[in-house]
Structures are given as C-alpha cells and as structure tokens.
Design a protein around this ligand. Structure first.
Ligand code: SF4
Ligand code: SF4
Length: 167
C-alpha cells in the first residue's frame, strides 16, 4: 500500500499527463458535481471530490477507488466549469495512472482482454451472428484486430493488460 503522496508531487504527476493539464485550476465551486448525471444517481461518484482528493495528494485513495471508473464521459461538467478545468479528461488521465499501477475494475479488464483477442469489447454471440441474415443484414465485417493489436502494442497497453491478467 502506498502512503499519502505530497500534494505537489501528485498534482505534478497528473498535470504532466495528456488530459490532466488543467486540474490545478479547480477552485472547488461544485458546478461539475451539480451538472453530473452520474453524481445525481449515486453518492459514490463526485467529480469535485475526485479533484479535491487529487489536489490534496490522496494518491492511493483516488487511484484505487472504483468510483474513478463511474464517469460516463458525457462532458456536461467540462462544458460548464467556470475555470475551464477539463474534468472528464483529468479523469482519463487519472484512470491511465491507475491502470499503470494495476488498479482497474474487473469488468474493464475483461473488456480490455476481449478487445485484444477479438477486436470487440463485447464478444459477438452466435445468436447475433445467426440472427442478422434473418433480418436482412449482411455478415459483420472483420474486426480489424491485427491493426488494433499494433496500436495497443505501440502504446504499451498490451503489456499492461497482460500483467493485469496474470495477477
Ligand atoms: S466546476 Fe471546475 S472549478 Fe468548479 S469544482 Fe468542478 S472542476 Fe473545480
Ligand atoms: S463527464 Fe463524467 S464527471 Fe463530467 S458530468 Fe459527465 S459523467 Fe460527470
């Protein structure tokens, strides 16, 4: 278990990442939380709180929490933030750091495995394959998994995911 990080160290780590650059502009007004459809339906998710904890250097609490993965990337918050904090993108940056540290909910890990093996996040079932012609639909095109694997290898995603699968 990692200890609390210096606020400056963790802020630096986030703001150096693509998407995380604007995090330190936040002045905690709460507009993001009041605009967020996910925060409306569960107290487990609050974008203002995630940014506050990140600014305070609560690295482990932020990165190990499943709530980081509840954002649905609707960008409502980002449209409205008076400080122009790119909140959804900050959350992506935090997720990327979390994934590198081995924190990823099982369901996302399963999506990643399926993407690497089949080129689809969700496997296409035999039922769907068989149903398409009865509805006059053509067979599904190839998923292009080879090209996808090259991209995942170039970004290092494949190695991180294989490490995750072996744990
Ligand atoms: S709306 Fe912007 S400034 Fe206000 S709490 Fe959210 S991120 Fe911070
Ligand atoms: S992008 Fe994420 S944090 Fe922002 S309003 Fe949508 S669900 Fe909430």
């Amino acid at each position: 278990m990692e200890n609390k990080t210096s606020p400056l160290n963790f802020s630096d780590e986030v703001t150096k990442r693509l998407g995380g650059e604007t995090m330190t502009l936040c002045y905690q007004c709460g507009t993001c939380a009041s605009s967020c459809p996910v925060a409306k339906i569960t107290p487990r998710f609050n974008p203002r709180e995630i940014i506050k904890l990140s600014l305070l250097g609560e690295r482990e609490e932020v990165l190990s929490s499943d709530s980081l993965w509840l954002c649905c990337s609707c960008y409502n918050c980002q449209e409205r933030c008076p400080q122009k904090v790119e909140i959804a993108d900050v959350i992506y940056a935090l997720r990327n750091i979390a994934f590198k540290k081995g924190h990823i909910p099982n369901i996302y890990s399963e999506f990643a495995s399926a993407l690497m093996s089949d080129g689809h996040i969700v496997k296409v079932s035999k039922f769907v394959e068989n149903k398409r012609p009865t509805l006059g639909l053509p067979p599904l095109p190839p998923s292009g998994v080879e090209a996808l694997r090259k991209i995942l290898a170039a970004t290092g995603f494949d190695k991180l995911q294989k490490k995750e699968e072996s744990q």
